[in-house]
Ligand binder design. Sequence first.
Ligand code: NI
Length: 164
Amino acid sequence: MSIRKITEYPEDVLARVGEPVTKFDDELRALCDDMFETMYDDQGVGLAAPQIGLSLRLFVMDCDGIKLIAANPEIIETSGEDAGQEGCLSLGKVPAVVTRALKAKLRAQDENGEWFEREAEGYAARAFQHETDHCDGKLFIDHLPKMRREMVIKKFRKEKKLGG
Ligand code: NI
């Protein structure tokens, strides 16, 4: 296993729709191991392949008791609304309040290619939506009004300059 370098805003790969995962082999499983290791190293609760520079529809998460690998993820059902704080490893975890569905049902394939569905509420449902967005080339700041989006970017750039 190895820790991969996190791709940060505004690298192009973060804005690209990922390619579908078609091979469920040892290489994919090793990639998922690396993604978990990279996510834990950065104290994240989710990590999508574009965040390590790979334009693939794949994410891993470990959030609120839900640990899973999701290849070719789709949000197939949502309900309710929830305004909550979130951040992204690709934006230095600068937080912002984002309105998401309160409940979400995820449909995806596991590391062996088996399809599954999983429902979640609250923080884990937020992670489903945030990570699936990454696979579609979307960032959480794309859900923010322009002014707030620019504030997050500005803060991220400032912290990056200070923190190296
Ligand atoms: Ni993110």
